[in-house]
Write a protein that binds this ligand. Structure first.
Ligand SMILES: Cc1cc2nc3c(=O)[nH]c(=O)nc-3n(C[C@H](O)[C@H](O)[C@H](O)COP(=O)(O)OP(=O)(O)OC[C@H]3O[C@@H](n4cnc5c(N)ncnc54)[C@H](O)[C@@H]3O)c2cc1C
Ligand SMILES: Cc1cc2nc3c(=O)[nH]c(=O)nc-3n(C[C@H](O)[C@H](O)[C@H](O)COP(=O)(O)O)c2cc1C
Ligand code: SF4
Length: 641
């Protein structure tokens, strides 16, 4: 029997038989083409998750109307010409015995005119808190036209062979805008009390029901609580669910938030595991249709507990399945250590602003079929230099391709600079990732040697066919007047020497590492001041973690001084200059800590280029960035061997 009997028990929503309780929720990939047609990349992306064992995948939000398209990376189903692409997608998923649901959506005031070329619309002419765009209020005729467009979209998806549809009624998009007292100030039959605000959603469900078979799953995804002062609260969320059930919904997918609370919707590592499950539990108590829960559910153990305690019927794993498509199969087989952990770092959601989905831990997105079908490589003797994320990722991919890999790390421990990423509060997911990468290097095709520095002579003697230089960056200390005699610590020393430090600390530079060090030191009881030249604290961090860390620093009483330049440094003091005004001396610090600059380390690669046939430089050695680039470049280099 499986370790997770509830999670791997079958279930049924309407006519859809599901082999287990694992749902992949809708998540934009931006792998469609610019017009919104299904591509081969999208097909391979969803099939990979089906092969990985998901009960059913929900295809990302798909526009039922051109004016509701959020951007040019959003799928479309507003005309018949889009149906064949979905048919191909559904057929492929069915070949792997999988189930597929497509999410239908309209962005309302969040769909930017800049992308659509069309006027943005909403229930009321109230600006979006996120985009600041003010929509035109829809007329009643237009509302009814949109109801028909949702129904037409559902009909096309049904004809394409999907197993169900989901209506996006959450996260601040059009249907949620109608449901919410915050975005809907209408005085007619579509606004005002709860009954009137739910009318649009109810009409959509009923109109869809008329165009698809009675038992075809029509799932409603709602924000049961908007996490704002004046928005939907759970008590009203429960009423929405009951009303939708009566209208003909087959299941309720309970999510949360709107565009006034965007930093909670896709919960980063500062928020609790299962942070919205209490909402699902509350909704489940008042309806009879199945309930799906979502929100930072990180693994099968937690999901099993949710099901055991009867808080939901199905569990959606979003980013976990972006990072590890094979999570369900590995969980079923008891291979929990093999599951590549998601960091909740939100680089994925950040990346789709730039067009295509990428992920810190999974470099294969959009290339799944290609990678699966790569011909076996001719085995080579490969030397990976450096045991940080780039080197560990390169070694793993090269070994999986059948090469004979040796990894040299000059330090006693593997992990490189990423070891420091694991130290600040709430960054346990980074610890899990590092451990996962290290575990992968215990492979019969990889020989790991620590405390071994790769010198030119050592490499000559080893005589590899190829070298992957994953040696990280060289640190260069920032020079300021007085800094030579000021006894300055760098960020890494500060992380390691916290126990020996005095209480009053100055951190120069409030970028990502500076902020995380401030959080780390203030959690250890230190009094912190930070000086930043720019106007923004935490610049370079992804928006979601940035919001939460700044809130934490504020709560901890960290003194954050912005738009201020350091013009002199001495023992325990700084002289600073604001944009305007006289220089000011700040003093009495037990320690002054300053970021270092990262300089790419290409010396080793340059020195071995003429006697090693193939040399690839990856990660911070190429340019100082993050683990995402390190892992992906390490893997790409290994695929080229
Ligand atoms: C405080 C801090 C917090 C961070 N937080 C995050 C975060 O939250 N998320 C994120 O994505 N990134 C974070 N980063 C950045 C991330 O750690 C780096 O981008 C990443 O470690 C780069 O990986 P890499 O393998 O290219 O280089 P490194 O991690 O620097 O690894 C290079 C390795 O090569 C070894 N080496 C060098 N020369 C030789 C040689 N000649 N022979 C043998 N071995 C050698 C080094 O000892 C080192 O172990 C953080 C960095 C710091 C300092
Ligand atoms: C990259 C990305 C894209 C998303 N796109 C959608 C979407 O198209 N429709 C939707 O309802 N939710 C979307 N979401 C929200 C997820 O469905 C899910 O609710 C959220 O990620 C929280 O679940 P998780 O913690 O399991 O990742 C998206 C999330 C991410 C990370
Ligand atoms: S980018 Fe980060 S949060 Fe998103 S799926 Fe990958 S690891 Fe998880």
């Amino acid at each position: 029997m499986s370790n997770f009997p509830k999670l791997f028990s079958p279930f049924k929503i309407g006519s859809m038989d599901i082999k287990n309780r694992i749902v992949m929720p809708a998540m934009e990939t931006h792998l469609c083409d610019e017009e919104g047609f299904v591509t081969d990349e999208i097909i391979s992306y969803y099939c990979e998750r089906i092969i990985g064992g998901v009960g059913y995948v929900t295809v990302e939000n798909t526009a039922i109307d051109p004016a509701g398209r959020l951007n040019d990376g959003m799928l479309c189903i507003h005309e018949d010409k889009f149906t064949p692409g979905f048919k191909k997608l559904c057929d492929e998923v069915h070949k792997f015995d999988g189930k597929i649901v497509v999410q239908l959506s309209h962005g309302g005031r969040e769909a930017l005119k800049y992308y659509t070329g069309l006027e943005s619309v909403g229930p009321s002419a109230l600006p979006s808190p996120l985009t600041k765009q003010t929509p035109r209020e829809l007329s009643v005729d237009e509302i009814q036209d949109l109801v028909s467009k949702f129904a037409d979209g559902a009909k096309r998806i049904h004809e394409a062979g999907a197993d169900g549809i989901e209506i996006h009624m959450a996260h601040g998009y059009l249907v949620n805008q109608f449901l919410s007292p915050e975005a809907n100030h209408r005085k007619d039959e579509y606004g005002g009390n709860v009954e009137k605000r739910t009318r649009f959603a109810v009409e959509i469900v009923k109109a869809i029901r008329e165009k698809v078979p009675e038992d075809f799953p029509v799932i409603c995804r709602i924000s049961a609580d908007e996490y704002t002062e004046t928005g939907i609260k759970i008590e009203e969320g429960k009423t929405h669910a009951q009303t939708l059930e009566k209208a003909g919904a087959s299941a309720i997918h309970v999510s949360a938030c709107n565009s006034s609370s965007p930093f909670y919707n896709i919960p980063t590592y500062y928020l609790d595991e299962g942070c919205f499950t209490h909402l699902a539990e509350a909704v489940k108590k008042v309806v009879n249709v199945p309930i799906i829960t979502v929100g930072r559910i990180l693994g099968p153990e937690f999901a099993e507990k949710i099901l055991e305690q009867g808080k939901a019927d199905l569990v959606a794993f979003g980013r976990v399945l972006i990072g590890e498509p094979f999570m369900p199969e590995k969980a079923r087989a008891g291979l929990l250590d093999e599951i590549r952990p998601c960091l909740s770092c939100n680089k994925c959601i950040n990346s789709i602003m730039d067009r295509m989905l990428i992920c810190t831990v999974n470099p294969d997105i959009g290339k799944e079929t290609k990678i699966r079908n790569l011909p076996k490589a001719k085995p080579k003797k490969v030397l990976v230099v450096g045991g940080g994320p780039a080197g560990l990722s390169a070694a793993d991919t090269a070994a999986r391709r059948g090469h004979h890999v040796t990894l040299w790390e000059k330090e006693a421990e593997l992990g490189g600079n990423f070891r420091f990423a694991t130290l600040p509060p709430f960054k346990d997911p980074m610890k899990n990732l590092l451990q996962h990468l290290i575990n992968k290097s215990y492979n019969e095709n990889i020989t790991v040697i620590t405390e071994k520095e790769a010198t030119v002579d050592a490499i000559k003697e080893f005589a590899p066919d190829a070298v992957i230089a994953a040696v990280g960056s060289n640190e260069v200390k920032l020079e300021l007047p007085g800094s030579k005699d000021a006894d300055i610590m760098d960020i890494k020393e500060a992380f390691l020497e916290v126990d020996k430090m005095g209480d009053n600390i100055m951190i120069v530079g409030a970028g990502p590492e500076g902020c995380e060090l401030a959080d780390f030191l203030s959690a250890a009881g230190k009094k912190i001041t930070m000086i930043e030249m720019k106007r923004i604290i935490g610049m370079g961090l992804v928006a979601h973690p940035r919001y939460h860390i700044v809130e934490r620093l504020k709560k901890a009483g960290v003194n954050m001084v912005i738009s201020t330049k350091v013009i002199e440094i001495g023992k325990g003091y700084l002289v600073v200059q604001k944009r305007k005004g006289e220089p000011e001396k700040l003093e009495g610090f037990d320690h002054i800590i300053m970021s270092t600059l990262n300089k790419p380390n290409n010396e080793l690669a340059d020195a071995i280029n003429d006697f090693v046939k193939e040399v690839h430089v990856v990660g911070d050695a190429l340019s100082g960035r993050t683990a995402l680039e390190a892992i992906s470049e390490g893997s790409d280099a290994a695929l080229k061997l």
